[in-house]
Design a protein around this ligand. Structure first.
Ligand code: FE
Ligand code: ZN
Length: 517
């Protein structure tokens, strides 16, 4: 007798390929197999109520991703064949790619690891499959970004050692510590931090500037990997919202825990975006929009609507969102000032905005730019014209939580540095804001362990192995840059005197003069 095998419907097939793959363990108790999904206090009563946000089986996933990969690599190939690197608006644009490759791409890799860990830790099969897929997405993002940007590495400086720099360079400890904070939390906090607070609430403020920025500035290679990641990002955003709703619906006791995480990760994410604010207002030769405009559109308007929606679960706007809004006309200026102080020790070139760029800044920031920031840049430009390009040779105090130099100002006074402190076990710790102080005070035992770059330099931990700092004429800055794999004045320092600029003029025949304001 012959039988025709029954073809499964899409829904049944999907169920078989996801939830059908899980089982109750019998050799070991489930609590021993999944030891990390209880200690955070989150109560899940019924994992079956989890709505799979992706509705993708693994075989369909590989097929989709394979198609996207083929298109992406064809375009990267064409970009390289056609010397696409010379079509960018201005060689200063490359510095945004340096920032991206050393500050963001390693976070994609960290996300790959983080989601693999979260997936392993959650006992709900639907959530595990979603985490597993996102984990593979993130690995792909890291790889496609490295592959795309590696082409620029043949022509421009500062792109040669992104992961090494990510783990060491002073300001890259800001993104690094952000992600490691999430990865070293429990699985529910990790997924709330990254999937919800970052990918759902704040992601537009990261990807829009970099991808639209690439498009505006003629970098079609970066635009393409951005597009290729977009459909993944929309899945990630769905996961972010689903996971938070699911946790909130499972038990009323989960609400205050989630609110605390939303507060914490909003502030950490917002502080991390300082780098993006600076990139939008100062580093993109052709601007997309100002940080202030982006904040108004993507946070005040869209974020406001989202939190109105979440009010029925008992979730309110993240704490200190009003401080972030007060800072919207200052954030990028304060950040670029830090980089103009310490650009000699960064893996990017820095510069004073050109006269037409200052005009744009005055128009976009009528209340703050001319009054508070223009004079500083004009002074820097004057120093440069006199051949005395100024950099700061002392090291700044860092915020113990966000690890950014203490250069932010009081919410109600943009002329006064904001300074907070807490004492823990007899030791004083410093913070840039009430937001960062609150986070520390909530888990001091975690944040006292922070690897603060400035402390580490002063303790002698940031010199190449075998360095003897007691020898006559020892130059600590030179040793630190060696440890970072940064060549001073080449990978770092003033753009106008950089080899990237000189090479660009030589290769393209363009004359970039006059540059200094
Ligand atoms: Fe990603
Ligand atoms: Zn801080």
């Amino acid at each position: 007798m012959t039988t025709t095998p029954k073809r499964l419907g899409l829904k049944e097939r999907y169920a078989m390929m996801t939830r059908g793959l899980g089982w109750e363990t019998s050799y070991q108790p489930m609590d021993k197999v999944f030891p990390y999904d209880q200690f955070e206090g989150i109560r899940i009563h019924d994992w079956d109520r989890w709505e799979d946000p992706f509705r993708l089986t693994m075989d369909a996933y590989w097929k989709f991703q394979g198609e996207k990969e083929k298109k992406l690599y064809a375009i990267i190939d064409a970009f390289q064949q056609n010397n696409g690197q010379f079509n960018v608006s201005d060689p200063r644009y490359l510095n945004t790619l340096k920032l991206f490759l050393t500050g963001v791409s390693p976070l994609e890799y960290a996300a790959h690891r983080g989601y693999a860990m979260a997936g392993r830790s959650l006992r709900g099969v639907g959530a595990r499959v979603a985490c597993q897929m996102q984990s593979i997405d993130e690995l792909r993002h890291c790889q496609t970004q490295f592959h795309t940007i590696s082409h620029f590495n043949k022509y421009f400086h500062g792109l040669h050692d992104p992961q090494h720099m990510h783990d060491r360079v002073w300001y890259l400890s800001v993104p690094k510590s952000y992600f490691e904070d999430a990865m070293s939390a429990g699985p529910f906090e990790f997924i709330t931090a990254i999937s919800f607070s970052f990918e759902y609430v704040l992601t537009n403020l990261l990807f829009m500037p970099f991808m639209s920025g690439a498009a505006y500035n003629g970098d079609m290679a970066t635009v393409t990997f951005g597009f290729s990641a977009q459909s993944d990002e929309s899945r990630h955003m769905t996961l972010g919202l689903e996971v938070v709703k699911f946790i909130l619906e499972q038990d009323p006791d989960n609400v205050p825990i989630v609110q605390k995480w939303v507060d914490k990760w909003f502030w950490r994410g917002y502080r991390l975006l300082t780098l993006v604010a600076m990139m939008m207002d100062y580093m993109l030769p052709k601007r997309v929009m100002s940080w202030q405009e982006a904040w108004e559109m993507y946070f005040e308007k869209n974020g406001g609507a989202l939190f109105q929606d979440l009010a029925r679960y008992g979730i309110r706007m993240p704490k200190y969102h009003e401080v972030a809004t007060k800072e919207k006309s200052r954030l990028s200026h304060e950040a670029w000032a830090i980089f103009n102080n310490y650009g000699h020790a960064a893996n990017i070139n820095v510069w004073v905005p050109q006269p037409d760029e200052m005009t744009w800044l005055s128009e976009k920031y009528p209340e703050t730019f001319d009054r508070l920031y223009r004079p500083r840049f004009e002074w820097l430009a004057q120093q440069e014209r006199q051949g005395k390009r100024w950099f700061n040779n002392t090291l700044p105090m860092l915020c113990q939580t966000c690890q950014i130099p203490m250069a932010f100002t009081e919410p109600d006074d943009p002329t006064k540095i904001c300074y907070r402190e807490s004492t823990y076990h007899g030791m004083k710790h410093h913070f840039c804001s009430d937001g960062c102080k609150d986070i520390f005070d909530g888990e001091p035992e975690k944040y006292v362990q922070a690897w603060l770059p400035v402390h580490q330099i002063y303790q002698g931990n940031c010199f190449p192995e075998g360095t003897d700092p007691t020898v006559e004429g020892f130059n600590p800055l030179a040793a630190v840059l060696q440890y970072y794999h940064i060549e001073p004045g080449v990978d770092s320092g003033e753009f106008n005197s950089s080899p990237d600029r000189a090479n660009w003029e030589r290769w393209t025949g363009q004359d970039l003069q006059p540059k200094a304001a």
